[in-house]
Design a binder for this molecule. Structure first.
Ligand code: ATP
Length: 323
């Protein structure tokens, strides 16, 4: 294997609060380890187009507290093609990049795997608000996104309480209900709907709301993960079937922005530092994962094959606490 002297760093897929802290850690730990560090803009699209510039210690000043990513992010259809992969590997060669640190979700990991197969070493850092990467217990941005959604829910609950209404709140999570379930538990919702579990309108939504009313509740929250969808329809059905005034709110991209929490900043800093450490030890084509609360690195293909599932016991607990 060629000795690694220059590393590139890019952010890819959906942005997540804490990505800047990860970039900062890769740049500073990388320079400390003796590497030249190149910032690649706009994810894989920027790698293909050569949007690459050298980073120094000051390039990452004053970014640890900022959401988003200073390197910008993008989705690149071209990288999913053989020609796109070749262009990306060639461009890395033109800039003398010997390895790329990719901060992104599992789609970005698949792109990284393709690059590695064509001879460009990669290291993956999990960065996505959804926490939906199978090999790791944590992904950068998840804690901040949950806190943002919870803050919005608390505010909506104040007004729902005053008007004695029901609120249907859509939070992010296309394929995974982690954000929805935790926000529902922490926010004291009456109902939660997640993509991992099918629901029956009457049994799982209407009945608990009416039973709650009969036990003296006067306002109600239904938290719905984005992947379940249909919030407008669900809100209309609740109002029609229960007679309780019902409003819906879709939080959308609000949850992707904002100042990262302590947990996200520290985790992103640790993961960035670990990525450099792994390279320094001569291990390539690895991804950084949190397992049993420790940071480890795994082979990227093996990591991509790993699955995780939501703890159904938490749903049972939610139901008890929502009574
Ligand atoms: P998030 O979960 O936050 O959306 P992600 O990394 O999963 O993040 P994607 O849009 O799925 O986001 O992927 C980002 C980029 O990675 C894509 O635009 C594409 O360039 C590359 N990519 C995604 N899937 C694949 C794949 N199956 N093979 C090769 N490259 C891929």
């Amino acid at each position: 294997m060629k000795k690694i002297k220059t590393i590139g760093v890019l952010t890819s897929g959906g942005d997540a609060p804490g990505m800047n802290a990860a970039i900062r850690a890769v740049v500073r730990a990388g320079i400390d380890a003796g590497y030249k560090v190149m910032g690649i803009k706009r994810g894989y699209a920027g790698l293909i187009n050569g949007e690459i510039l050298e980073m120094n210690l000051r390039s990452v000043s004053d970014i640890i507290h900022r959401g988003g990513t200073i390197l910008k992010t993008a989705r690149s259809a071209e990288l999913k093609t053989e020609a796109g992969i070749k262009k990306a590997v060639d461009m890395a060669g033109i800039f003398g990049i010997d390895a790329v640190v990719v901060v992104g979700g599992d789609g970005s990991y698949r792109g990284a795997l393709d690059l590695s197969k064509q001879g460009l070493p990669v290291i993956g850092i999990p960065g996505t608000i959804d926490n939906d990467i199978g090999c790791t217990e944590y992904t950068i941005g998840y804690d901040t996104a949950m806190n943002t959604a919870l803050d919005a829910m608390d505010k909506i609950k104040d007004t729902a309480y005053s008007h004695e209404r029901c609120t249907v709140l859509e939070v992010m999570g296309r394929n995974a209900g982690y954000i929805a379930l935790n926000v529902a538990i922490a926010g004291g919702a009456e109902v939660v709907l997640i993509p991992e579990k099918t629901y029956d309108l009457d049994k799982d939504i209407i009945k608990p709301i009416i039973e709650g009313r009969n036990r003296g509740k006067t306002d109600y929250s239904v938290v719905v993960a984005e992947g379940v969808g249909k919030v407008i329809e669900i809100a209309a059905k609740i109002e029609e079937k229960t007679g309780i005034e019902t409003r819906y709110t879709i939080l959308g991209h609000l949850q992707r922005g904002g100042c990262p929490t302590v947990y996200d900043r520290v985790m992103a800093s640790r993961m960035g530092g670990k990525a450099v450490e792994v390279l320094k030890q001569g291990r390539i084509n690895r991804v950084i994962c949190l397992k049993n609360n420790s940071l480890i690195d795994l082979d990227i293909s093996e990591a991509l094959a790993e699955k995780k599932s939501i703890d159904m016991g938490q749903i049972d607990l939610f139901r008890i606490l929502a009574l």
